[in-house]
Write a protein that binds this ligand. Structure first.
Ligand SMILES: C[S@@+](CC[C@H](N)C(=O)[O-])C[C@H]1O[C@@H](n2cnc3c(N)ncnc32)[C@H](O)[C@@H]1O
Length: 269
């Protein structure tokens, strides 16, 4: 079991899918137009959202290696219906311990979605070194970048945002997490190894009709804010109550900043 429930991943998937940056996605699909077969490794696949988002856009035969350390999520990922030309294999692995094993064998593309903000500088350097050594492209989507815009405004929004961003930097199993710095760090990391980039925003734009998603996000942020010790529980509870009232009244909307990146080595395999 990881800290990411099946329910939460199901709730966020349609928003992730809408948010994926189309320019970056197109750059990925165009890169593989000439390929007859593509071997893809999806790091921290969860229930398989990247397989569902990307595989229909690639014409070639595809061999997906889906990797996560949560067996329940992996089982759901493996159950994703796919046409015959797409074969997906699920592997349970701790990517902090066994990253290099996960990247063993022939690979044309490595993907990751909503992962980079959880990992540390050292882990991302390790990933970049492993991929650069074999000239493998990297498509990383939905890295949180620290931007949170809320409507209607509340006097405690800034304190909540600061606390959430501090919580994002705490260890999520890979060492001190990059949190909001993840995409910028990834770009530097791969650029220094000779990669070029297509990148762009993939923000969640959550409208008043998405009440359940909003309520889950606000509850998570209030908890995170208290966990950091930066906000008194009473202040976080009061903020959450005001936010819930706005959701119930159909007045609440949220924008959460994310970044998508496609990093391409000078020379591909
Ligand atoms: C935010 S979820 C993203 C899941 C999926 N990529 C998506 O976009 O829906 C983060 C994922 O990282 C996985 N994860 C966290 N730590 C891990 C580790 N050390 N090794 C492998 N997977 C890990 C979790 O189980 C979870 O599925």
């Amino acid at each position: 079991m990881s800290g990411f429930s099946m329910d939460w991943l199901a709730l966020r998937e349609p928003h992730d899918s809408r948010a994926r940056n189309t320019q970056v996605l197109t750059a990925v699909t165009v890169s593989y137009k000439q390929h007859h077969t593509i071997s893809i490794v999806d790091l921290a696949c969860g229930t398989g959202s990247t397989l569902r988002a990307l595989s229909p856009l690639l014409a070639a035969r595809q061999e997906w290696r889906l990797i996560d350390n949560d067996r329940a999520l992996l089982a759901a990922a493996a159950a994703t219906p796919t046409p015959e030309r797409i074969v997906a294999t699920a592997l349970a692995m701790d990517l902090n311990r066994d990253l290099e094993t996960a990247l063993d064998g022939p690979i044309d593309l490595v993907t990751a979605s909503a992962l980079l903000d959880l990992v540390s500088e050292a882990w991302l350097e390790r990933l970049a070194s492993s991929l650069a050594a074999r000239s493998i492209p990297f498509y990383a989507t939905l890295s949180y970048d620290g931007r949170i815009e809320l409507t209607p405004r509340d006097p405690f929004d800034a304190a909540i945002r600061a606390a959430v961003n501090a919580h994002q930097r705490t260890d999520k199993g890979f060492g001190p997490a990059l949190g909001p710095e993840a995409a910028a760090f990834a770009i530097n990391c791969f650029q220094s190894r000779g990669y070029s980039f297509v990148h762009g925003p993939s923000d969640w734009a959550i409208t008043p009709s998405n009440c359940k998603f909003q309520s889950e996000i606000f509850a998570g942020w209030a908890n995170a804010a208290v966990d950091t010790g930066r906000l008194a529980a009473a202040d976080a509870d009061a903020w959450l109550a005001r936010r819930r009232d706005a959701v119930t009244a159909g007045l609440s909307s949220i924008r959460v900043g994310h970044v998508d990146v496609f990093a391409v080595p000078m020379r591909t395999r």
